[in-house]
Ligand binder design. Structure first.
Ligand code: NAD
Length: 476
């Protein structure tokens, strides 16, 4: 661990075969709070990718043969190294992603925890049949080389959330961060180089060119992708060429159903927070809020009052809750969605307009009871604009909640937990939370249904997704 302290967080390199490399041309992203350039990063070439794949294939031969406990020790050491650099990672995360410092700290801490906890899971052989003359064993063997393609909202956690299960199960992984947020991931690569053998964990930054090359590369066995539904479809099409395994964690438009028996003062701060973390740029934030009509007015007024207390500003300021949205493209998308307030004659009861400023700041906006077919209800906003709607009939609100292409998360809020579970069981989503939202854990599988994804990450099911199962038939 001696070399770990030498890592500096101001210059950025690819990590290929445990060597820090750069490229003839570089690029940079912008700090979303100031639109000022962040430091240069490599634009990896096809030859960099080939080099990384060859190194990973070589490393796989010995890494896959290590015992799970040897690999466990390395992944845990990686988690400890992340925790040792928690302050630097949190600062860098604010600088590149824009999120409030306390939310960056949460992401960094979760990343350390994921590395320490995922390898506590045990993926054991399963005896499928055991008779007097024959035993059938199901084994879980690593796939080979995995490419992890990561979005810009949780650049650190979503990279770590792929690295830890992939390498623990015996694979080698190449991470490709989003061009908008490559910085923390590149530092993860450097840290990994101080812990893992060459070729086990590699990180390549790009300008958008490397992702498609990964999905068609014959030396890569699996793509683990987190990002938008549209890109997910493109990736799946490309992966068909070489029959790669894919896990797709895609967009969401999560509903939350609030029943009439909730304690409004207690749940409003929770529901507002779970609608607006990372300025609502989270796949599983609450994006459609259905409130029972008998408490609607009181709930809305409490919601407005609470949201007013959440400060917008640079993530570096200590009491900020809303940082900017992450990039120009997202800012323009959110601004376009704001135009529907006028074109669809919606009623904003807080915010409603965006004033141009030095960063990509968006005024938190609440829309009072918009029609179900309005854009703000139908589209994944990925910015702090939230529709609040009335409901009166349980069956009807379930139909409305399910009336979406997305199926990532959903929640039901009620003191009557049995009733809430009954409603929750009818919601079409990969996760359903009763009296919470957006809870995730390293030991619990996570993923979407419908257009929100294919496969699960984390938990034992997530570990299995990085393996192929082999049936061994043993005649006694
Ligand atoms: P995106 O799809 O634009 O990009 C994600 C990554 O894919 C980036 O690294 C990008 O460079 C790469 N990429 C783009 N085109 C590619 C291609 N053709 N082949 C291979 N790689 C390609 O997504 P984004 O804008 O970065 O992220 C926002 C979206 O991600 C939202 O829809 C959000 O809901 C979703 N998301 C989902 C989850 C989840 O776990 N389900 C988590 C976070 C974000």
């Amino acid at each position: 661990m001696g070399s770990i302290s030498k890592i500096d967080f101001t210059t950025f390199y690819n990590t290929i075969n445990n060597e820090l490399t750069t490229t003839p041309t570089t690029r940079h992203s912008l700090n979303p709070a100031t639109r000022k350039p962040n430091p240069p990063v490599p634009i990896s070439t096809a030859s960099d990718l080939n080099h990384a794949v060859t190194s990973a294939r070589t490393a796989f031969k010995s890494w896959s043969k290590l015992s799970p406990s040897d690999r466990r020790a390395k992944v845990i050491a990686f988690g400890e190294a992340i925790s040792l650099h928690a302050e630097e990672f949190a600062d860098l995360l604010v600088q590149e992603q824009g999120k409030a410092r306390f939310q960056a700290t949460i992401e960094v801490n979760m990343s350390g925890t994921w590395c320490k906890q995922i390898p506590q899971l045990e993926l054991n052989d399963e005896i499928l049949q055991d008779t007097a003359d024959q035993r059938v064993i199901q084994r879980f063997t690593p796939m080979g080389v995995v490419a992890g393609i990561v979005p810009w909202n949780f650049p650190l956690l979503l990279a770590v959330g792929k690295i830890a299960p992939a390498v623990y199960t015996g694979n080698c992984i190449i991470i490709k961060p989003s061009p908008f947020t490559p910085y923390c991931a590149l530092k993860l690569g450097e840290l990994a180089a101080t812990i893992f053998p060459p070729g086990v964990v590699q990180v390549l930054s790009d300008d958008g060119n490397i992702g498609p090359l990964m999905t068609t590369h014959p030396g890569i066995n699996k793509i683990s992708f987190t990002g938008s539904t549209e890109t997910g479809k493109r990736i799946m099409r490309n992966c068909a060429e070489t029959l790669k395994s894919v896990t797709l964690e895609l967009g969401g438009n999560d509903p939350a159903i609030v029943c009439e028996d909730v304690d409004i003062d207690e749940v409003v701060p929770q529901i507002a927070t779970l609608s607006f973390l990372v300025s609502a740029q989270v796949c599983m934030m609450i994006k459609r809020l259905y409130i029972h009509e008998s408490i609607y007015d009181k709930f809305l007024s409490a919601f407005i009052n609470f949201t007013k207390t959440l400060k917008t500003g640079h993530g570096t300021e200590p009491d900020v809750f809303f940082g900017p949205v992450q990039n120009e493209m997202q800012y323009e998308k959110v601004k376009d969605l704001f135009t529907s307030i006028q074109t669809e004659n919606l009623n904003p009861v807080l915010g409603g307009t965006i004033t141009d400023s030095e960063g990509y700041f968006v005024t938190p906006t609440l829309i009072d009871n918009p029609p179900d077919d309005s854009r703000v209800v139908k589209e994944e906003a990925f910015g702090p604009i939230l529709p609040l709607m009335k409901w009166s009939n349980e069956e009807e609100v379930i139909v409305r909640a399910n009336d979406s292409e997305s199926g990532l998360g959903a929640s039901v809020w009620s003191k009557d937990v049995e009733r809430a579970q009954r409603i929750g069981a009818q919601l079409e989503s990969g996760s359903v939370w009763i009296n919470s939202h957006f809870q995730v854990a390293p030991n619990i599988p996570f993923g979407g249904v419908k257009s929100s994804g294919i496969g699960r990450e984390w938990g034992i099911e997530g570990l299995k997704s990085y393996t192929q199962s082999q049936m061994m038939w043993v005649k006694k």
